[in-house]
Structures are given as structure tokens and as C-alpha cells.
Design a protein around this ligand. Structure first.
Ligand SMILES: NC(=O)c1ccc[n+]([C@@H]2O[C@H](COP(=O)([O-])OP(=O)(O)OC[C@H]3O[C@@H](n4cnc5c(N)ncnc54)[C@H](OP(=O)(O)O)[C@@H]3O)[C@@H](O)[C@H]2O)c1
Length: 390
């Protein structure tokens, strides 16, 4: 999305230009200058020769117990940080599997971990990281750690204490990225005990507190999650520190191309959550309220499977590669070592223009969204509910 490599005119309508942030395809000369300029303009990073730079400033030292075979050194440089294009999602990562999964993910070469206090495993992740730092296998500076302000903490006075919880939980001195998780705050209704929208949450006041966290060096960059185009523009107009990243649901069934393009125009990098279509969401919804998302499983899609066979790749590889080629950061979650490893095999092949077009055509528009008010309970009647109604 940001570093964009022209791939001809027969691509998907919604992604006429795609980027290839991969080791084997660094053709910076082909990047449209306008996109680079947008980044420089918004993030004032004159040192950046292209937005997606091969930086890899954190070469592992020779005392490493187990140096990774490969490393995701493909990064998007934005807002003073370098965000690895391939991260590790931690929603539904059971605490007893955190230790082994985090170590395995890092050994695989992943350097970016997406966390949230709402996932209930931040302390376990912190313990796993502390162990790995203490034995010298990895160090804090080579990792990119993100956290989010939960929508039940959407108050300016909560920002400092939430950041403190991450720093204490993860046992680190700073977060690389701190995001507002959802644009509508919620409170518990005293009568029914359920979440209802908080009519008083003030995003701009919250953002100002978040900016202080950057000034105090507790956070390196700021971001938003689940924001729509209008909300992003509104924040851009009023913020001293613009968002460096938008984390939003993106996969072949929910491509949200207008949002991705708008973020690009604002110089904001985009991270896809649920990049594999979050297959376990169905069970989660069933457990919490007996609902279903009715969108389907992109991992089981015939076209995705066929394209995978063509390259000798899994469906998961195809889904991730599709997003990466659009310059979108991916943060797939798995607690299974074989999947953590095989999912990461996305840097040695390139989907051709026909495949990109076919995958682009799988978009279901607003009917492809899986995370709606089924997850963000109590928010849909609020005027700042970010998604179109279906
Ligand atoms: N900002 C937000 O509001 C927000 C919302 C949701 C998620 N997120 C973040 O985004 C991350 C990714 O989203 P997600 O976890 O919902 O969805 P996802 O990464 O699309 O899918 C994860 C699920 O897919 C399974 N899986 C992984 N690899 C697979 C493979 N090769 N074949 C079949 N199944 C596979 C995993 O199960 P196993 O573990 O059993 O392998 C897990 O159940 C989250 O973990 C979280 O960090 C952010």
C-alpha cells in the first residue's frame, strides 16, 4: 500500500498498484514518487529512501543461542518507527502455550508481536520475553511490540495507566506502537450488566494523552484500530502526532480498498488483523452470544486453494502473500509450531497479476466483515460506530 510497485493495468480494480515488500523484489526505483512524498510529508523522514526499506538494524549478535534461520527484516518505515511487515497475532493464544509459541515465533524469524490487554495474555507474553531477553537469545531492541487502548478504557485519564499496564505486563520500558483499539468507548450498564456505548468518550482528548506517552518515551508511535476514513481524517486534522498505523480487519473477503487507499494517502501504514479470516471467530461468537458471522472461511475457498497449489503453497500463504503484495502488514495468529513456521513461508514467491486479480474479486464488500457489533458489543447505535450497517 505504501511502497507501491507498478504491476500493470490488469490488476484488481481496487488495487491498481501493489507493492512487493519482499527480499527478492526490492525495486525501489519503480515506486511512484507521489506515495513516497506523502510519507515524507506526513512523517518527515528525510532519511527514508523508500517507505518499505530494507533496514534490518538489529542483526543478532554472535552470542545468540539459536540464531534464526531467516528473519522478517522487511519493514515499513513510518512515523519514526520501522514496523516489520510480518507480525505475530496473540488473540486467543492460551497462556500455557505463550512461552513456547512466542519463542517459536521469534525463532522462525518473526520480530513483531501484536498484543492487547483484552486478550488476557500480556503478562504471560511478558514472562516469555523476559526469559528470552535474560538468556541473551533476543533483545528488546530487535522486537516491535504493539498494544492497544481497550474500548472500556476510552477516557483520557486511563491512557497513562493502561500504558503502564503494558509496560509492567510485558516487562519492557516502551511500546513501539500504541493504538486506540476501537473508536467507540463502552461502559457497563448498571441495570443489565452489559456493555453499552459511552456517550462521553472523546477521541481527541484521548489522543492528546497518547501523544504525551510518546513525549515521555513510553511509546514510540501511535495508531488506530477499526477507524473508518472519516475518523482518520478527523484525527489527522487535529493531532500533533499523526497515526503511524491503522490496524483493521482485512482478508480476501473484506478488502476495504477505499479505506486502505485513504490510509495510504494520509501516510498511514495498514495492518491486517484476521488476515486468514480468523477461523476461530466462529466458535468464539458461538460461545459468547450464540451468533455466527456467516462470511465463510477464506482458507477453504476453492480459488485460494487452487492458487496455492499452483505455487506449491498453502492457502494461508496465499492469503498472507496477497496482503503483503498490497503493502499491508500481516499479523496471523497460531499456537501450533508447524503453522507458525509454514505460514511464514511467504517471502519466496510472488503472486502474479492474474492471481491478484482473482483474489481481489473474492471481496464481499460490507458483507465480508467478520468483526462487527457481534464482537464490539453495545457500540452499533453510537454515531461513531465505524462500519457500514449490513
Ligand atoms: N485490533 C483489533 O481489534 C483486533 C481484532 C482481532 C484480532 N486482532 C489481532 O490480529 C491477530 C490476527 O487475527 P485473528 O487471530 O483473529 O485471525 P487469523 O490470524 O486470521 O486466524 C487465526 C486463527 O487461524 C488458525 N490458523 C493459523 N494458521 C492456520 C493455518 N495455516 N491453517 C488453518 N488455520 C490456521 C489459528 O488456529 P491455531 O492457533 O490453532 O493454529 C487461529 O485460530 C490477532 O491474533 C490479534 O493479535 C486485532
Amino acid at each position: 500500500m505504501v511502497g507501491i510497485l507498478s504491476m500493470g493495468s490488469n490488476l484488481s480494480k481496487c488495487s491498481p498498484r501493489i507493492s512487493i515488500p519482499v527480499k527478492f523484489a526490492r525495486k525501489w526505483g519503480n515506486f511512484p514518487i507521489s506515495c513516497r512524498d506523502q510519507y515524507k510529508q506526513f512523517h518527515n523522514s528525510p532519511s527514508s529512501s523508500g517507505v518499505l526499506d530494507k533496514v534490518n538494524p538489529f542483526k543478532k549478535n554472535s552470542s545468540s543461542v539459536c540464531p534464526p534461520v531467516k528473519c522478517c527484516d522487511d519493514v515499513i518505515r513510518v512515523g519514526g518507527v520501522e514496523i516489520p511487515m510480518y507480525g505475530y497475532g496473540t488473540w486467543q493464544l492460551e497462556t500455557d502455550l505463550v512461552d513456547s509459541s512466542i519463542e517459536y515465533a521469534l525463532d522462525t524469524g518473526i520480530r513483531h508481536i501484536d498484543t492487547s490487554i483484552t486478550f488476557g495474555n500480556v503478562e504471560a507474553i511478558g514472562r516469555a520475553l523476559e526469559k528470552l531477553f535474560k538468556c541473551g537469545k533476543y533483545c528488546r531492541e530487535e522486537l516491535f511490540l504493539s498494544g492497544k487502548l481497550p474500548n472500556f478504557n476510552m477516557k483520557p485519564e486511563d491512557v497513562y495507566k493502561v500504558v503502564s499496564s503494558y509496560l509492567e505486563g510485558l516487562k519492557v520500558k516502551y511500546l513501539d506502537l500504541f493504538m486506540i483499539q476501537f473508536p467507540v468507548g463502552v461502559i457497563v450498564d448498571k441495570c443489565c450488566g452489559e456493555y453499552v456505548a459511552d456517550p462521553y468518550s472523546d477521541i481527541l482528548a484521548i489522543w492528546k494523552e497518547m501523544e504525551k506517552q510518546v513525549e515521555e518515551k513510553r511509546v514510540k508511535a501511535l495508531g488506530v484500530s477499526n477507524f473508518n476514513i472519516r475518523q482518520i481524517h478527523c484525527l489527522m486534522e487535529c493531532s500533533k502526532i499523526p497515526p503511524a498505523n491503522l490496524q483493521t480487519e482485512l482478508h480476501v473477503y473484506n478488502q476495504d480498498c477505499e479505506l486502505v487507499k485513504a490510509a495510504c494517502r494520509c501516510g498511514i501504514s495498514v495492518t491486517a488483523y484476521a488476515p486468514l479470516g480468523s477461523p476461530s471467530l466462529v466458535q468464539h461468537l458461538y460461545n459468547i452470544n450464540g451468533s455466527d458471522n456467516n462470511v465463510g472461511d477464506p482458507l477453504m475457498n476453492n480459488a485460494v486453494e487452487r492458487i496455492g497449489r499452483k505455487y506449491g503453497k498453502t492457502s494461508a500463504n496465499v492469503l498472507l502473500r496477497f496482503l503483503l503484495q498490497k503493502g499491508i502488514i500481516v499479523i496471523p495468529k497460531s499456537s501450533k509450531p508447524d503453522r507458525i513456521c509454514s505460514n511464514f513461508n511467504v517471502f519466496d514467491f510472488e503472486l502474479d497479476a492474474c492471481d491478484i486479480e482473482e483474489l481481489g474479486s473474492l471481496d464481499k464488500g460490507k458483507y465480508g466483515r467478520m468483526f462487527t457489533d457481534n464482537v464490539w458489543q453495545g457500540t452499533s447505535k453510537h454515531p461513531e460506530y465505524p462500519f457500514p450497517k449490513t
